[in-house]
Structure formats: structure tokens, C-alpha cells
Write a protein that binds this ligand. Sequence first.
Ligand code: COA
Ligand code: AMP
Length: 632
Amino acid sequence: MAEPMTYQQAYQESIGDPEGFWMRAGRDIRWIRKPTRALDSSNPPFYQWFPDGTLNVSYNALDRHVIEGRGEQAALIYDSPVTNSKVSYSYIELLDRVAKCAGVLRVFGVERGDRVVIYMPMIPEAVITMLACARLGAIHSVVFGGFAAGEIASRIDDAKPKVVVAASAGIEPSRIVEYKPMISAALERAEHSPAALLVFQRPQAVAELGENEYDLERLMRDGSIQPAEAVEVAATDPLYVLYTSGTTGKPKGIVRACSSAVALRWSLPNLYDVGAGDVMFTASDVGWVVGHSYIVYGPLLAGATTVLYEGKPVGTPDAGAFWRIVAEHNVKALFTAPTAIRAIKKEDFDGERLAEHDISSLETLFLAGERLDPDTFEWAGRLLGVPVVDNWWQTETGWPIASSPRGLETLPLKPGSPSVAVPGYDVRALDAEGRQLPPEVEGELVIKLPLPPGTLSTVWGDDARYVDGYLSTFDGYYLTGDGGYIDEDGYIFVMGRTDDVISVAGHRLSTGSLEAVLSAHADVAECAVIGVADRLKGQLPRGLVVLKAGIPSSENPRICSELVDLVRAEIGPVAALSRIDVVAALPKTRSGKILRKTMRQIAEGTQPLVPGTIEDAGVLDALTPVLRGDPA
Ligand code: COA
Ligand code: AMP
């Protein structure tokens, strides 16, 4: 057995000898054809990992554990306070369901390389369908349940799925969200028509099915449909496409290759200290990258048990929900977003709900998705008595860029920093001219190419967008879109996005796509959306609209309320755009660029940076009381 490595040893080796480092990590994967080399750098800036390896990711997540004797162990525990149910699936049971679901998809012609769009809430069938796609070598694309018809339609048109798989409904604490009407509206709007829609019927809202629409569970129980075996695919084949917000309104399909299994499998013991038989509870959603990596693939590749939680941090039924789950299922690692911890902190500051549960199994709380503010970091650490480990990453990278690698070494934690660069990531801070900045000086955070396995291989169907959006600003570097600095000890401090992407309760949104919806309203002449700091959700969007000439101000309340409804209907309720102000004009530079950053600084009460190129300073002065929320 190899000697355990310190963080520095692992990091230096991963950067100095990526070929050797990742070939060794690849030994934990059951390959069909073993790769003879790790990195193919023959076509920069496109890099491929394990170019001649073949495998099946679903086999690695399920079959191998059954073959190796873990068949009876719990693979997935579904805990759903909103339906009052708990179901545990052993590896054998999960494998049976996945193989059956893959058999059903195959009946509809789904094969290697085909896309399947999945629109489902946090139910086992979502995980089962994802793994069933992987079993066939098909490419899944999960759409988060909080997105509405417009977002679903644009993903269907971009991914062109052979089949769409949906649930009939999602359950929010306040209401049942019927998914079927939303899917039907999206399919009506989309130009692409899939061959079939498979619906998992939930008893809370059974959907009426029309032509080419089928009941998924009924088909899975159909004895004449054979379960499907795992198909051999190339490590470079896409495992999935996950759409994320870019700076424009059009979502980008981040492509992740099957070779990502190597990175995720490596990350479980080394970053999370989670191994076979351990229980990991990732309180996120399968619609986000955190869900893909650490609810579904990561824990299952490692032979651990994953908890799938259909509920909220508070209100289902109270702020002790996470702690109940930790106690009941013996959770070792809990992973969620800072916003969830802030919600718990707000309701149970003194930890009375926590005191009702024995959380002694918990060893670490991992947080990601947005900046971890030092207050929340300290509160959670004090209350739980376990290390609170911040992770910095993105949909694009698929696994952490920066973290404190708990399985390698216990490094000191610094409030406000997600700690050090993870092995595989050569992170630098650059100035606008691409010069490397000295310690503590803030600039653009970039990663020197090649990115490690598990990161995006391209943007779906649009290599040029990958290059233009990420690789062309600084030659040889991947642009993260985050600004920040690195201190003397190599600790990274992420200060926020340098583009128009915002994070609302851990949900990544683009202000550009919100603006596209507002400007589509017949009465709107011009608009801007800015993300303003919020104590609970991290950021909240605020809309500013200029109406077309001649509309009386008595119409403003009607128009604002229509705009709020439009955003909910087009993007979805998660956008949480509830504050829209009608203003006379928007501040701009002489070249016509709207001063969104200056407006955000005023709204947040920080010192605004007003560019010298401002066209009319009077517009900004007039807007200041509105932005500050001063009484009229
Ligand atoms: N399906 C349908 N609707 C959804 C949804 C889903 N999957 N998720 C959220 N929504 C709706 C909510 O019902 C709410 O609707 P409303 O405006 O009618 O009340 C709206 O979207 C906003 O939801 P949310 O952002 O969840 O805010 P909230 O006030 O209901 O709850 C928190 C606040 C902090 C508890 C919640 O945001 C949370 O749990 N955040 C963690 C996020 C997370 O895990 N992110 C993943 C990154 S790791
Ligand atoms: P997403 O693609 O939804 O995971 O969002 C990625 C973005 O969220 C990053 O580019 C950051 O702006 C932000 N983010 C994620 N994790 C962190 C973190 N730990 N600290 C600061 N920002 C973060």
C-alpha cells in the first residue's frame, strides 16, 4: 500500500507530474479497457483525460460494489419530511431499479450519445434516471425543479433530447408544484420534439398523460421489459450536460466527461474523508452541480451511503431538520450551502433544536456555492463543535478548486477563505494584463491549463463559446469569473464575481437572463437588474425599469406586479425578483454601458466607484435615494 501523502506532497505531485498523479488515482476505477495514459494535450486548449480508457460510470457506482460484497449496504436513503416518508435502497436494490429504468429508456431508442432531459425533484427516481442514462452511455441533462417553462424550453432546444423524463410534481412546504403543465408548456414552445415524455406519477398530483406520454413506474414494472447491462463508453464521452447561467441570457451547457469518475472517486476520501460504508448527507438539489457530484456520483463511486433529502433546512418541520437526519442516519459528512446554515441560524441561534439530537457521528460540515461569511463560519463551528470547511468551485469545475483536504491533512482554517488549491488546480491571481500578482493583491482568479479531470471538456455544441468565455482572456489560463487574492500561505480568498452572475440562496442566476425577461414586457423601454447583498440569501436581485414614454405613473404598480409574475413564469420562483422600481433613467457611461456595479455599491451602502466616463451624473444622483431605499 502507498504511504499516505501530505497535502503538499499530493499538490506538488499533481502539478509537477499530472500524468503520474492521475494514472495512480485512476487505479480506483474499474475500467473496461485500462487507459495507457492520463492526459491528451495534443489539441490545446482542449485537453482530454484518459483518452484511450473505456468504462461505465453506472457500473462503477453500483455493480462493482455488489460484486465486491457491499450489495446489502444502504446506497441511498431517501428522507422526505414533505411526504412523510423514508426509504432505504441497498446497492442491490438501487442497481435493480437503475437497470430496469435503463431498460425502459432503451425501449424508447435511447442509446450511447443520446440526450435525456430530466425534470424531477429530490426523489429516488431522479437519481435512478441519471444512473440509468449513464448505464446506457446516454447523456443526461437535469433541469432544476425551481426553473419554469422558459428555462426548460431553452435547454430542450439546446440539448435536443430523445426522451424527457419528469415527475408529475414537486413538493414545496407551502404548495404542490405541478411539473407536468410546466413541461407541457416548455415542449409546446420548444422547436425540438423528443420522441417521448416519461412521467413519474406522484400521488400528490397525478398528471393526465397525452400522446407519446407514458407512466414511468408502470413501464418499470412491466415484466416484458428487460433490465439493461452497463454499456462500454469512452472515458472522453460526455456523462452529462448541466446548464448554468452565463453572462448572456442563453444558458451554457457544461459538458462533463465520464473520466470525471476518477476525480470524484479521488475527492471522496481525500477531500471529504468519506470512504466505503460512511454516510454523506449533501443538502442541495440534484438539479445543481453539488447534487450531481456529491448526492449522486461521488458517494456512490466511493461505496458510501448518500442521503437524498426532500425538504428544507427550516420549516420541514423546524430548524433541527438537518440535525435529525445526521442523528438518525449516522451522517459523517454534511455538505450544504451557507444560505441554508444562515436560515437555521436565524431560527435557532442558541441551538435549542440542535440539542434535541445526538450529532456525535458528524465529523465535518462542508459548505459551498457562495462566499462563506465569517459570522456564519464561526457560529456553525461553535455550535456544532466540528470543523466548518468552505469549498470554492463552480458548475464548470464539477468538484472543488479550493478546500481544506480533510482526508489528506488537518490544515488550519482561516475565516473568509476556502483554504488552499486542491491537487490538480494551479490557481493564480492575475492583473488585467495577465501578470501574476504578489500575495494579498486582488485580481482575477484563474487556473493554469490543463484543468484536472472532472472539469468541463467544453460547452455543449459550442466549442467557440468555451474558448471565448473561459480561455481567451489570458492565454493558457481558465478564467473562473471570480475575483480574489492568494495570501502568503497559499490560502485563496474569493471576493465575488467579476461578471453579471449572481448567487441567490446558492442558486446561480444571470442578471442578463432576468433583464431579457423584463425587457420583453410591452411597456418597458429599458431595464437593469443588479444583485444586492442580502443577509439570508447572500444576494437578491433588484430590477430597475424605465417605461416607454406616455405611460402614466398610476400604471407603475400594475406593471411591476406583471414583471414579477413574468419572471416567475419564465425563469422560475427561485429567481426571487420581488423588488422592481420604475425610474426615469438609468446611469450609463458615454459609450452606453449601464453602471450596474456603481448602482450595486450604492444599494449596498458601500463607497460607490463612479467612472469618469459617466454620461450624466445627475441620473445617478436622482437614483441614489431609490437604490438606498430612502423613504420618498
Ligand atoms: N421546485 C419548485 N419551486 C422551488 C424549488 C423547487 N425545487 N426550490 C425553490 N422553489 C421556490 C420556493 O418555493 C420559493 O417560492 P415562493 O417564492 O413561492 O415562496 C422560491 O422558489 C424561492 O425559494 P428559495 O430560494 O428556496 O427560498 P426560500 O425563502 O423558500 O428558502 C432557504 C430559503 C435558505 C431555506 C433556501 O433557499 C435553501 O434551502 N437554500 C439552500 C440552497 C441550496 O442548497 N443550493 C444549492 C447549492 S449547494
Ligand atoms: P455554481 O456554478 O452555481 O456552483 O456557482 C459558482 C460560483 O459561486 C462561483 O464562481 C463563485 O462565484 C461562487 N462560489 C461558489 N463557492 C464559493 C465559495 N466557497 N466562496 C465564494 N464564492 C463561491
